[in-house]
Ligand binder design. Structure first.
Ligand code: IPE
Ligand code: IPE
Ligand code: MG
Length: 253
């Protein structure tokens, strides 16, 4: 019997309606390691491979912004050896990958409370951001020590300061003004948010920016993610009708 060749998702994607910005909650490293009787940190190390897969997949097809949730403000509550290992892994990974980012014309960016990172991690990160700042193919943003409520709170504080210093007036403020005060002010809102590992929650990620984002929750654990998964998520996203409050008839007329 002749086998039917399954077409790859990459070929099914409509390149005229790609999401401009994809955000990812990379979850399940610990469970992936546990399944094979290994320590949690082994899962984080293997998660780096999936970061590479996702970054390359997005850059290759023309996604302009990829934002990866790598460490939340809440993750500081993990056992200190895991936190330390994650911070060291970050230093190693950024150092090792910066050449590839350069070669692939990818700009590195970061959001979160970067001042709370260990000096070495912060220095390596800022070095890579500086080195890649003129790259134009895609912006890869790492959310590190990131919490959306903190981000929004900081935004309100800055807004209050601008009001106090009469840089802005109350009448000028509109709902759209909030964006200018967020750390993501130069990045469009994500059209697509992916979370791995079967957890169906947002865990304090991009709360303001995801007001109309499409969500995809997959049972796959983060270290299992390959390029083909990313293509399949984009394809799934493209099968949805984004109505923004309108009716289906309005969208299709
Ligand atoms: C995601 O994997 C990575 C980080 C949060 C840093 P987890 O470490 O949360 O893995 P699980 O959820 O325990 O499996
Ligand atoms: C969310 O994952 C944060 C990151 C992926 C960096 P967690 O594994 O920390 O989320 P919760 O605590 O289970 O919601
Ligand atoms: Mg988790």
């Amino acid at each position: 019997m002749e086998s039917i060749k399954q077409e790859g998702y990459k070929d099914l994607i409509d390149y005229n309606s790609l999401p401009e910005h994809i955000a990812v909650i990379m979850d399940g490293n610990g469970r992936w390691a546990k399944k094979q009787g290994k320590p949690r940190v082994f899962g984080h190390k293997n998660g780096v491979k999936a970061v590479r897969e996702a970054t390359e997949a997005c850059a290759e097809i023309g996604v302009k912004y990829l934002t990866l949730y790598a460490f939340s403000t809440e993750n500081w509550s993990r056992p200190s050896f895991e936190v330390t290992a994650l911070m060291e892994l970050l230093v190693l990974t950024i150092g090792r990958e910066v050449k590839t980012l350069q070669k692939n014309n990818i700009r590195l960016n970061a959001i979160g409370n970067l001042n709370s990172l260990p000096a070495k991690t912060r220095a390596e990160l800022l070095k890579a951001i500086e080195l890649t700042k003129n790259n134009t193919r895609m912006t890869l943003t790492l959310a590190l020590s990131y919490g959306a409520r903190e981000e929004i709170f900081e935004a309100f504080l800055k807004m209050a300061q601008d009001l106090q210093n009469e840089k802005i007036s109350l009448q000028d403020l509109k709902p759209e003004s909030v964006k200018n005060y967020l750390q993501t002010h130069q990045i469009p809102d994500p059209e697509l948010l992916i979370r791995t590992s079967g957890e169906c929650r947002v865990s304090n990620f991009l709360l303001w920016q995801i007001a109309y984002t499409e969500f995809i929750f997959t049972d796959k654990l983060w270290p299992e993610i390959e390029k083909e998964d990313i293509y399949s998520f984009i394809y799934q996203y493209q099968q949805r009708e984004r109505r923004f409050g309108k009716t289906s008839e309005q969208i299709n007329s």
